[in-house]
Design a protein around this ligand. Structure first.
Ligand SMILES: [Zn+2]
Length: 506
């Protein structure tokens, strides 16, 4: 179950409370609560989610509340209305009855020994309409025994000054812990959470990489490092330093599992968050990383990336070569590499995001690249009727041995990759864990004034690494095949540096 794997990662990261879902709402959530009990989590407690009782019934007759009790969780997060507009127009009840609904629901759960976090839905909108009533709702929740009252910007449209003022008012009227829950509809979820913390909120609700409906919730992968590294708060339990290093891997793991692509430029955890390309930036960076980095990427498990483009200078190439672990350079080799980079960029290559292609280019120039296989020939056949189907056959040569394999796919490139993979796996079973994570094609504006060409990017992923290769050609299949061959070759060379494989010098 994906949700269980995510819980385990969040536990390792040191998250205190994980909302596990709405018990009784669907069989999957009920199953989840059963399984999670036996995981032996070390940092995280699992909370059930639900709402205050419906109007006109007693709390003990409300199925949402009784299923929380039956789930046997230590904590419940229940949300209730705190905006008069919602009470009157959505619940269709009196402001008095809503107060009873809040109080009785919290008391009911407390009577069953469950800690209650009360989420005051639309707190900030409510505070703008009728501060007296909104504050009364949260006082009622506290008096009924809630350990934490969370102020929610449910519509995500509040501004920072509004959040500051209303959170201050809440903290003046409550003794219990105050929480903050923001949405990103105005792009302010993280900022609003930080403002609330600065005036006393100490319980933060959010999601990794800001997942969530509409524009998402406050992003924990931004909040955690900001609170820990810039504002000096202690969080994530005792082993903060060690756990912060899990931040980037955890964010990327979750993005993979839920199949939401993490943008390269995502703050802190994106691939490009610490990537440098302009020559002058790199020169300064190599003198002192603080010149162009707001924090050391290693603190949060991300890494500095130096990308090469036609702007690169000698020091950039020198840096990359030593980062790759090579020394004792032949005279003139850096000039050769720079010339090749410029030549490729002029042909329409964008090398800056293709780290695999750049490292191969450097290794070839250093004379250390080994070719483990070569493609002798290939065919692709595409058939269209109701559905397009493609079949491919690829012949490769490995150490003098020739073998041919076939593959099918939804399109020509997919079929070609499958055929190539099938052939490679026969000889290099270690490639089993190497997968294509992304494949993109763009049109190169103009290449030497001739017919349009395409630029292909392929992103590969294996258990512990990601790399990209690129190729440009007037033929999309040629470009794709080159990028695929380079991607697999890159992986085999990395492995070769650990153990021996059949090889031919290029
Ligand atoms: Zn929400």
């Amino acid at each position: 179950m994906d949700k269980i794997r995510i819980v385990q990662k969040l536990d390792e990261l040191g998250i205190d409370i994980i909302e596990g879902g709405w018990p009784g709402s669907n069989p999957k959530d009920s199953e989840f609560f059963k399984v999670v009990k036996n995981l032996g989590l070390s940092s995280s407690r699992i909370a059930a989610f639900g709402s205050t009782r419906r109007k006109g019934i007693r709390a003990r007759d409300d199925p949402s509340l009784t299923s929380i009790v039956e789930t046997d969780v230590p904590i419940a997060v229940i949300f209730g209305k705190s905006w008069p507009l919602h009470v009157r127009e959505v619940l269709n009840c009196t402001l008095e009855e809503n107060l009873d609904m809040v109080a009785e629901s919290v008391e009911f759960l407390r009577d069953h020994g469950i800690e209650v976090i009360f989420d005051a839905e639309h707190f900030f909108d409510g505070y703008k309409q009728d501060p007296g009533y909104t504050l009364k709702v949260i006082r009622v929740a506290e008096e009924a025994g809630a350990s934490t009252v969370t102020l929610c910007d449910t519509n995500g449209g509040s501004l920072m000054e509004e959040v500051r003022e209303a959170t201050r008012a809440a903290s003046n009227s409550l003794k219990c812990r105050i929480g903050i829950h923001t949405h990103n509809d105005a792009g302010l979820a993280v900022a609003n959470t930080l403002v609330a913390v600065s005036v006393g909120a100490r319980h933060i609700q959010g999601t990794m990489i800001g997942l969530g409906e509409r524009c998402g919730n406050a992003d924990l992968s931004q909040l955690i490092p900001t609170l820990a590294l810039k504002m000096g708060y202690s969080l994530l339990g005792a082993r903060l330093e060690e756990r912060l290093k899990l931040l980037t891997p955890t964010a990327r793991f979750i993005s993979d599992v839920v199949n939401v692509r993490l943008a390269d430029n995502w703050p802190y955890v994106g691939r490009n968050a610490f990537a440098h390309k302009a020559g002058v930036h790199i020169d300064a960076m190599l003198k002192n990383p603080r010149t162009y980095e707001h924090i050391d990427p290693a603190l949060i498990g991300n890494e500095r990336r130096i990308s090469i483009s036609e702007l690169a200078g000698r020091s950039t190439i020198q840096y990359m070569i030593s980062k790759m672990g090579y020394s004792d350079l032949e005279r003139g080799v850096i000039t050769k590499i720079l010339d090749e980079v410029k030549r490729l960029e002029a042909r329409g290559y964008h090398l800056e995001s293709a780290d695999g292609t750049v490292e191969l280019l450097i290794m070839r120039n250093l004379g250390v690249a080994t070719r483990h296989f070569s493609v002798l020939n290939w065919t692709v056949e595409v058939q269209g009727s109701e559905q397009t189907k493609a079949a491919s056959r690829v012949t490769i040569e490995v150490n003098g041995e020739v073998l041919t394999e076939e593959g099918i796919g939804v399109g020509p490139v997919h079929a070609l990759d499958n055929a190539l993979r099938n052939a490679l796996l026969k000889k290099f079973p270690s490639l089993e864990d190497t997968k294509l994570a992304d494949y993109r094609v763009t049109v190169v504006d103009s290449v030497e004034g001739t017919a349009a060409a395409v630029r292909v990017f392929v992103e590969f992923v294996s258990t512990d690494k990601r790399w990209c290769t690129t190729s440009v050609s007037r033929n999309i299949i040629d470009a794709s095949l080159n990028a695929l061959v380079d991607g697999y070759t890159y992986k085999l060379i990395q492995e070769k540096r650990k153990k021996d494989l059949p090889q031919v010098k290029l």
